[in-house]
Design a protein around this ligand. Structure first.
Ligand code: URA
Length: 433
């Protein structure tokens, strides 16, 4: 196979064979195909797309470029969940414990923040002492002992994706539906769970800004999962408004705890009940309605919160902050943000809100910069609320006071205030199977 011929075939709209795709991926990982040819190939895929068969073949090739985790040492059905990324999305910390409390195992590998979106691993590391780099044996032990464990991706999980993602990031080829599907599903297949629930976010804070694109991505990922013999479903959920009220790492852990105590914001609680219900459904625990009722019951009886505390303790974290979140270290500086004018909050540029939080130190400005775990934003008013110029719409937190002014400007410019009340949008748009 000549890489030149493969690039030309794809550029001209041809369909690649499974063997050609396998050779492209293995050649790239082995360093035999240079970045410039791979970049041209990715751009050809960006414009020409890929058939379902090509996408499945590329996902399998990327998944098999590293370890395929064997979870058989953990008894019972293992269910995974993946969010395509959002702002204020702390659902893994809530639904993992709920599902575990229902007797279904969750052995989950999560990522760090990407762009304006937060990552579960960064949130977990806001808990003092918490380890996310467990060895395979420790990971299995924690899942067997507590029903769940959430760790960072191990080095050799889909290494081709790591290399490809870095290249896509600098060649304007990230926002391609087949390439995103390959990237996400290769990691999910390699991570070894029997069933996979995908939370495909849609709206101004998501990578997919339109419902149409979100559904197309969900369909593509579900088809890859089912082709690989995993039970797979997707929910399309709203990311046009930040989820819940807290953005930032320890702030999000605190809100996850409140939600597990039954005191969480209504939007976050509802999305979590749907996600947990659908994970339990994939694990065969009943109808979706029964599974959602089961999920609610595990919040009400406190058993889901106990699971979170047990996981934190088993991974070396200080579980006392879970039982009493007021023990989290507070950011030394804060600033109230007032409404610019009177009216209804009509829309929020959720990506802008995520960027404002990141500017306060909750995200990384460069690949290697450190996270400020206490930094972030607490939303006091959201879309649909009527505000006057005296109303505080948000409070910013940071450990570096010099960051407040710019972040305040960014946040204010992300909130649109208008005369008429906005239309209420759904939290869950669709279920794709
Ligand atoms: N998340 C991923 O893991 N990969 C993508 O390509 C986009 C979001």
């Amino acid at each position: 196979m000549r890489m030149y011929d493969v690039i030309m075939k794809k550029r001209n709209g041809g369909v690649l064979t499974e063997e050609e795709i396998r050779e492209v991926i293995s050649g790239y990982v082995a360093g035999e195909i240079p970045d410039y040819q791979m970049s041209a190939f990715l751009m050809a895929v960006y414009f020409q797309g890929m058939t379902e068969e090509e996408t499945v073949a590329m996902t399998e090739a990327v998944a098999h470029s590293g370890d395929m985790v064997d979870l058989s040492a953990i008894a019972g059905i293992k269910v995974d969940k993946h969010s395509t990324g959002g702002v204020g999305d702390k659902t893994s910390l809530i639904i993992g414990p709920i599902v575990a409390a229902c007797g279904v195992k969750v052995a989950k590998m999560s990522g760090r923040g990407l762009g304006h979106t937060g990552g579960t691993v960064d949130k977990m590391e806001a808990i003092p002492g918490m380890r996310t780099d467990l060895s395979r044996e420790e990971f299995f032990r924690v899942v067997n002992q507590t029903g769940l464990s959430i760790i960072g991706q191990t080095g050799n999980l889909a290494p081709a994706d790591k290399k490809l993602y870095a290249l896509r990031d600098v060649t304007a080829t990230v926002d391609s539906i087949p390439l995103i599907a390959v990237s996400i599903m290769s990691k999910k297949l390699a991570a070894g769970s029997d069933a996979i629930l995908l939370d495909v976010k849609t709206g101004s804070g998501a990578f997919m800004k339109t419902l149409e694109d979100s559904i197309a991505l969900a369909k593509e990922m579900v088809s890859i999962g089912e082709n690989a013999g995993r039970k797979t479903a997707a929910l399309i959920t709203d990311m046009d408004i930040p989820l819940g009220n807290n953005i930032g790492n320890s702030l999000e852990v605190m809100e996850a705890v409140e939600t597990l105590k039954g005191n969480g914001p209504a939007d976050l609680t509802e999305v979590c009940i749907h996600l947990a219900g659908n994970m339990l459904y994939l694990a065969g625990k009943g109808t979706i309605e029964e599974c959602m009722a089961l999920a609610k019951a595990k919040i009400e009886d406190g058993s889901a919160l106990e699971r979170l505390a047990a996981m934190v303790e088993a991974q070396g974290g200080d579980a006392s902050v879970i039982l009493d979140p007021s023990r989290f270290a507070k950011a030394p500086y804060s600033m109230q943000v007032f409404a610019e004018k009177e009216g209804y909050i009509g829309a929020m540029d959720t990506e802008g809100c995520g960027i404002a939080s990141s500017m306060l130190g909750a995200g990384r400005q460069t690949k290697d910069s450190a996270i400020d775990p206490a930094a972030g934003i607490v939303l006091k008013r959201k879309v649909g609320d009527y505000v006057t110029k005296e109303d505080v719409i948000a409070v910013l937190y940071t450990s570096d006071s010099s960051l407040l002014e710019q972040a305040q400007k960014k946040y204010v410019s992300s909130v649109r205030i208008q005369v008429e009340a906005p239309k209420k949008e759904p939290l869950i748009y669709a279920r794709v199977t």
